[in-house]
Every structure is written in C-alpha cells, then in structure tokens.
Design a protein around this ligand. Structure first.
Ligand code: C2O
Ligand code: CU
Ligand code: CU
Length: 448
C-alpha cells in the first residue's frame, strides 16, 4: 500500500531560544474608516542557528511576515510590492473579498512591480493568513518563508474575556517544518516531494526550539499550520486538556476541551491553556509528532482571568438549508502527479463551476478511498467562510462548528459544507498540500 510520504521530525539539537514575535504592521496611513498598508515580498537572510545564515524570503523583513491588523467594517487598502526576481501573488487566505483582490494564481504580479487592492472587512474576528500563490512557484515561495498572519478584530473580540495582549498572554504560532541542508540552507528542489514537501525540524515563527515565559494564568495560542503539507497533532506534555476557542474564521460557540488538536496545512486553531495547576519554575510543552513545538516556562503568574467564558459566540451546528440551494459535488482522488478533482486536472482555461452571488450553496467534498492511493487532503476554497453540515453523515465535532475555510479529509471522508459567495469574482478551490495544488488538484469557480 502506498502511504503518505513522511519525513520524520527530528530534534534540532539547538538550545532553547525565545520565540520570535512577528511585528505588528504599522499602517502607512489611518483614518476613521480606512487603513493603508504596504506589504513587500522580498529576499532576506536569517540566522536560525547561531553562527549560520540561511537565504530566505519574507514580507517586509527577512522571514515570514508581520501581523496585519484589520477591524470589521474598516476599508483596507494594501499596496502589494513584488521585490522578488520571480512572479508572485498576494493571497489573503480566509478573507471574504472580491475575486480581483484575492491574489489567486490567475493574477500574477511581475518582479519589481506593485499593485493596489482594497476591500471592506465584512467578516467576524478571526486569525487569517496570507501567502503567495503564483502558478508553479507557490510551494517554493512558501517553503522559503513567505507567509504572514492577519488578525481581524470586531466589537466582540475587543471585549471578550480571553487573553488578548500580544506577546504577553496571546501568542501567534506559525508552525512549519523545514530541512536545513549541509550549508544550513533550505533546498526546496532537493526536499521536493510530489505528495507534499516536508522538513525535519519544526520552526515556530522562524524559531527553532522556542520558549515563552508565562506570566499569566491563561495563555492563548493562535496556531497556523503553515507547512507545505504536514499534518500535525498537537498535545500538551502533561496530558492536560487545552481549550479550543476559535477555528479558521471565527470563534466557536463555546470553549471546547481537547486532549489532541489536529491541523493540516493552512488550518488555524486558537487554543487557551489554563496553567493554574502548574508551579512556578515548571515547564509545559506543546508537542507534535514526538517533538517540542513550544516550551512554556512558568513564571510568577498574575490571574488575567478567573475562568474562561462559558459562551463565545452563537455558533450552533449549521442546519441543512432548504429552498433555492445550489449543489455541487467534488471528488478528490489520486496521488503525486495524478491528483484530480472530479477526475480532472486543473485547467486555467476551464471554469469548473458557475455560482450565483448570494445563493446558498451546499457542496459535498469527498476524499475517494482508493486503497492504493490514500492520503489526507486538506481542501480549501477561496473567497468564503463555510460551515460544515456533516462529516460522513454525522454532525461535525464541536471544534469544527465555526466558520472554516479549510477542511482535513481523511481517506473516504465525505464532508457537506454550506456557504454563500458574497463577492463577485473568480475563485480557486484546491488541496492545500501545495505540491498537490500545483500538480492539478485544483479547480475554479466563477461567482457572479
Ligand atoms: Cu491558502 Cu489557494 O490558498
Ligand atoms: Cu485561500
Ligand atoms: Cu492533496
């Protein structure tokens, strides 16, 4: 039986290092209603291990990008600058925005050129992200360092009783796997795997073997699986439960106690950890695949909250819509260069689905069980946030009942999702194993 490619994760053998915190991007200009940002894709160099330099890519810096803050209702203007030597795009993953601002592969930006986009933020508080999406180069550019976070705030997120002091009790964790070659470089071509390029070491915000000092009882971690392909299962080293409070695109109905958190490429989860039972000086580790993701050193802690809120957001399981509903079925199949959706490989000249803006959609996504070619495929759709109606005919687990833009399909899984296109444009849907996307496990939908 063919199995998922698996590069085993290894201990980097480097000393603990304080977690890098991405800077919060400063606006070029801000008014009551509008905010203006510049985001530049550029080449850089990083010292991941002491005494070494690795050639990298980054947004407004050497590796990864800043956190871009947006507020619901705000009009956002972004100047996208490509300072790379190859084409790129700026894709706002999870954002409900017009197709022409979405930065899909059909809209490349030439080297050393720029473009302005604007859109109004019309979605609830969430942790989204952005990454390049050029045809044939997405996997490589992400692997070399292009990815950043977007924090959408709204009235609720500003007052909710959850940790929200950036870098104090609220930490972003962009979790990626990378291999350093003998010269301490990333070598995408050498590490390339048609079923998903994986690396041996975990990097978090570009930090090998990171730690944070915990100074409050509750700690919020906003986790992005920012890898090209790796599926992570996160756990706490002492076996205690974590509370998931948000998924890709919204808070959950209530905090969900979990002993394991599974994320596939592009998925996000916000978790809160209660450190009340840990003593000063103890450490707690967030682990995945037998390796440390983050070491949390308990200091003297102030009580930022006495308990977690009982209710977060009204997010009951979605109900199957009736009436004027458009239905689609997408079947994911194959491996390697043979990946397909509905038996077809991606063709930029073909519109696979025509949809009406505002019409309720119910899409069935199936990961075909083929015995010899079974893999997890993370399915992602641009331009919307959807709700899961069912997984294999059953209601989704509590932590998948919020807004989502990416779902992890095990072999044989059938998901039913529902949403509406709110904006016009051409949007892509694809497997978020970036090498599968580039091998043709992708389609396009025109919403008008
Ligand atoms: Cu993260 Cu086509 O997207
Ligand atoms: Cu996307
Ligand atoms: Cu796939």
């Amino acid at each position: 039986m063919m199995s998922e490619p698996n590069v085993d994760l290894e201990d980097p053998g480097t000393p603990l290092k304080e977690l890098n915190l991405p800077p919060i991007l400063k606006p070029d200009k801000k008014t009551k209603s509008d905010v203006y940002y510049t985001v530049t894709a550029q080449k850089g160099q990083m010292s991941f291990k002491d005494g070494t330099t690795t050639n990298t890519l980054g947004y407004n810096g050497n590796y990864l990008g800043p956190v871009i803050k947006m507020t619901r209702g705000q009009k956002v203007h972004i100047k996208e600058v490509n300072d790379l030597d190859s084409e790129t795009t700026f894709h706002w993953h999870g954002a409900i925005i017009p197709g022409k601002a979405d930065g899909g592969p059909h809209d490349p930006l030439k080297p050393h050129s720029s473009r302005n986009i604007s859109f109004t933020v019309e979605q609830p508080a969430a942790t989204l992200w952005f990454h390049p999406h050029p045809s044939g180069k997405t996997g490589e550019q992400v692997y070399e360092g292009l990815a950043g976070l977007i924090y959408i705030n709204d009235k609720q997120s500003k007052k909710i009783a959850l940790p929200k002091k950036y870098g104090v009790d609220d930490f972003p964790l962009v979790v990626q796997d990378r291999t350093f070659d003998n010269d301490d470089q990333f070598n995408y071509q050498a590490d390339y795997n048609a079923d998903g390029t994986q690396g041996q070491n975990i990097l978090v915000n570009g930090t090998l073997n990171p730690y944070i000092n915990v100074t409050t009882r509750f700690v919020r971690l906003r986790i992005l699986d920012g890898s090209n392909a790796r599926n992570f299962t996160f756990k706490l080293s002492n076996g205690q439960k974590m509370y998931q409070v948000a998924g890709d695109g919204s808070f959950l109905d209530k905090p969900v106690a979990m002993s394991k958190l599974k994320l596939s490429a592009a998925q996000r989860a916000e978790i809160v950890i209660d450190t009340n039972d840990l003593k000063d000086g103890e450490t707690l580790k967030l682990t995945a695949g037998g390796q440390n993701v983050l070491t949390m050193k308990m200091g003297e802690r102030t009580e930022n909250y006495s308990k977690l809120p009982k209710n977060l957001k009204h997010m009951k399981a979605a109900k199957t819509p009736t009436g004027d509903v458009a239905k689609q079925k997408l079947v994911l199949s194959g491996m390697s260069k043979m990946v397909r959706i509905n038996g077809k490989q991606f063709n930029p000249d073909r519109i696979d689905i025509h949809s009406k803006v505002g019409q309720q959609q119910v899409w069935t996504i199936e990961n075909k069980n083929e015995m010899m070619m079974n893999m997890i495929h993370p399915f992602h759709l641009h331009g919307v946030q959807f709700r899961v109606l069912s997984i294999n005919g059953k209601k989704p687990p509590m932590n998948l009942r919020g807004n989502l833009d990416t779902i992890r399909l095990n072999p044989g899984d059938v998901y039913k999702i529902t949403f509406k296109f709110e904006k016009r444009g051409l949007y892509r849907y694809h497997c978020h194993i970036l090498e599968h996307e580039e091998n043709g496990m992708m389609g396009q939908v025109l919403a008008e």
